[in-house]
Design a protein around this ligand. Structure first.
Ligand SMILES: [Zn+2]
Length: 286
């Protein structure tokens, strides 16, 4: 852990969206995250005057916001549902990490934050998968899902307020998510299923339209269709008969070669079937 450093963003308080970039080594990150100065706020329930930080890296001059995040340098998860610190620590023990209690923490209602710095920052587009993967290891507050999320730096409201910090640097390698194939998020899975849903076959190609128009109007085309549909010519030579009906499957569909009387075709079993349609619908059925 000699040459590794991490870039984070700092914010003077919750009202100022202009990030100040800060590069820290592991020791610097640990001291920032594991010591909590006393800050006397006029209203301790309103922590907005406290300084914040974010693992989001911004392009120069950009303001805080998801659209401006270039990369993310650490996995950060918040816990406020009673999960014990030891449980979270154990799950993440393969990589260096820091856990510290947060402003509203009390010994009775533990609230704390896990910070797992990355070997190298990952692009913002990968963040949803990274968060989902991390959160599946230790379910946490989903409010921190956003790559542009900023966090209050450790602070306590009065001398002697309970503050706990755990620095874990036994593993020699930081969490490295380069080139790792993380599982897709539930949102991605849903989008994929929708995109891959089988669609009804489209009969509406241009050729098909053109052919079906000819079959409605051209007497020769209507004669030529006899062979392709497996039909027969009637004794008087005026009609095609005995084509297989798409509905009742009997050899009972007929059409007139002269399109004047009826442009389409029909099943002769009017009562028991009643199918009628277009000649091109019979192709491939004979
Ligand atoms: Zn029929």
């Amino acid at each position: 852990m000699k040459t590794w450093d991490i870039q984070i963003s700092r914010f003077s308080d919750a009202w100022h969206p202009a990030p100040s970039p800060l590069v820290l080594d592991w020791g610097g990150l640990c001291s920032l995250m594991s010591s909590a100065p006393v800050v006397h706020l006029r209203d301790p329930s309103d922590k907005r005057p406290l300084p914040l930080w974010s693992p989001a890296i911004y392009k120069a001059g950009a303001k805080r916001g998801l659209a401006n995040v270039q990369g993310v340098s650490a996995v950060v998860l918040d816990f406020d549902d009673g999960t014990p610190i030891a449980t979270v620590h154990e799950v993440w023990a393969s990589w260096p990490h820091i856990i510290h209690t947060s402003w509203s923490h009390t010994p009775w209602v533990p609230k704390f934050r896990l910070v797992v710095p990355l070997e190298s920052p990952r692009p913002a587009e990968e963040w949803p998968r990274i968060w989902h993967w991390a959160n599946s290891r230790t379910p946490s507050d989903p409010a921190c899902k956003d790559a542009s999320r900023a966090y209050f730096l450790p602070a306590i409201r009065e001398e002697g307020w309970d503050f706990e910090a755990l620095v874990w640097d036994e593993p020699s390698r930081f969490l490295d998510l380069r080139g790792g194939e993380l599982p897709e998020t539930p949102e991605e899975a849903k989008r994929r299923l929708i995109a891959n849903r089988p669609r009804p076959r489209l009969p509406a190609s241009k050729e098909r339209h053109a052919k079906s128009d000819i079959l409605k109007t051209d007497e020769n085309a209507r004669r030529d269709a006899v062979e392709r549909t497996g039909a027969k010519v009637s004794a008087d030579g005026a009609r095609a008969i005995n084509a297989t009906c798409p509905k009742c499957s009997r050899a009972s569909v007929y059409w007139y070669f002269s399109p004047g009387s009826m442009a389409g075709c029909s099943c002769k079993h009017r009562n028991s079937c009643g199918w009628s349609g277009w000649i091109d619908q019979l192709e491939g059925m004979g």
